[in-house]
Design a binder for this molecule. Structure first.
Ligand code: GDP
Ligand code: MN
Length: 388
């Protein structure tokens, strides 16, 4: 789950990392009041709050000097759709702004924290090349990317912070502040179960203060149950609508760009199903794992979720009935179709517990279903059906 910049900054502030004064605003009036509260006179920065980076280049971050410009930029951004290189062609809606103190930048750095799975450690990544696309820095000048591996028992050691800071080109005064920032970021990461904290840029102001000018925090969904405070920060307007509904029902659903709707039980089988579709020239419209303990009701909801996407041109159901029984799946599909109707071709591959009963129910339902015994045949049929 991703957080907005203003939420991420509140967390960083709680963990002792300095951030510029800023206030969230959801209307032009609020933006004006926020600006006046932050400082008498400009400059301010008006920042679109969306779950995507690259806002600066897309016109979502505006440096302004007058209240009139705060009002104008707020008016332009609120309710608009922002297209950045991270959003895809559909863009993201701007419902909120961060009005922030406009600070004077002396230098921009990059800092992030994430899990390095191969090292089985949390790492901190720093670079002197802040404010830029970090992927580009890594590709063109990999020597400018520094990594600090944190020992889970010892935490971030002062010598590690000094070493990284000096290598990033900081002076003594900055390095002392940098050690505090590293500890703050690391503690936030661990205590709030983050999957990523990124500060790009981490700046030094002209009066020598180290600050997080931008902030991105992603939380580990699997740990949200133990963080009521951060779980509440979810913003459904920034998420795929179907992913949000799926989350509410408790389904593992990820929206994709293709046109074959997939309904599968088990994450591994779902991945394999998508792979086999691709292998035969098809593009899945989604990843969907209905889970081991799926009831007919859950299957029906999952099926309706797939049908609700206009992109879907064919549906592939691939169920290996172990704990979930094939007749339950059939019942769910039939219930869903009774409710919302079905004009799309459906390919079903059922195997396992109560498979005969399941197949019979589907055959008698009068629906236009193509049955397949194995995954390859099923995938080929679905790809062909979607291409028609
Ligand atoms: P992003 O484009 O989505 O990563 O948004 P950022 O928050 O990183 O802002 C983009 C760029 O705007 C930054 O890299 C800065 O160069 C600039 N910027 C943002 N806030 C300020 C500010 O307070 N003062 C100045 N001088 N520049 C700013
Ligand atoms: Mn940024």
């Amino acid at each position: 789950m991703n957080l907005h910049e203003y939420q991420a900054k509140e967390l960083l502030h709680q963990f002792g990392v300095a951030v510029p004064a800023g206030i969230k605003a959801t209307s032009q009036q609020e933006a004006i009041e926020a600006a006046k509260e932050i400082r008498h006179d400009g400059p301010w920065v008006v920042k679109a709050q969306v779950h995507a980076g690259g806002r600066g280049k897309a016109g979502g971050v505006k440096f302004v000097r007058t209240i009139q410009d705060v009002e104008a930029q707020a008016g332009r951004l609120l309710g608009s759709t922002l297209h950045t290189h991270q959003t895809g062609p559909e863009g993201v809606k701007v419902h909120a702004l961060l009005i922030q103190d406009g600070v004077d930048i002396a230098k921009e750095y990059y800092l992030s924290c994430l899990v390095d799975r191969s090292k089985k450690r949390i790492i901190l990544i720093g670079s002197s090349e802040g404010g830029m696309d970090i992927e580009e820095v890594a590709a063109k000048t990999p020597e400018k990317i520094l990594t600090l591996v944190v020992d889970p028992i010892a935490g971030v050691q002062p010598y590690q912070a000094r070493d990284m800071g000096f290598k990033m080109g900081m002076g003594k005064k900055e390095v002392d502040q940098f050690a505090k920032v590293l500890n703050g970021v690391y503690n936030l990461f661990v205590q709030k179960d983050c999957s990523m904290v990124e500060i790009n840029p981490l700046i030094v102001t002209t009066d020598g203060q180290l600050m997080a000018l931008d902030a991105k925090v992603s939380l580990d969904d699997n740990a949200l149950y133990r963080h009521k405070d951060t779980a509440e920060l979810r913003d459904p307007t920034q998420e795929d609508e179907r992913e949000h509904i799926a989350h509410e029902i408790g389904l593992n659903y990820v929206a994709l760009d293709g046109n074959i709707g997939c309904m599968v039980n088990g994450a591994g089988l779902a991945m394999a199903t998508m792979d086999v579709c691709q292998l035969h020239g098809g593009e899945p419209a989604n990843f969907l794992d209905v889970g081991g303990g799926a009831t007919a009701d859950r299957v029906a909801r999952a099926f309706k979720l797939i049908l609700s996407s206009s992109k879907v041109k064919a549906i592939l159901v691939n169920i290996f009935g172990g704990i979930v029984r094939c007749d339950t799946i059939a019942e769910g599909i039939i219930n869903a179709v009774k409710e919302v109707g079905l004009t799309l071709p459906v390919v079903v591959r059922l195997q396992g517990t109560n498979v005969e009963a399941g197949r019979e129910m589907l055959a008698k339902s009068g629906m236009n279903i193509q049955a397949a015994d194995d995954l390859t045949t099923a995938a080929k049929l679905a790809v062909a059906a979607a291409a028609k």
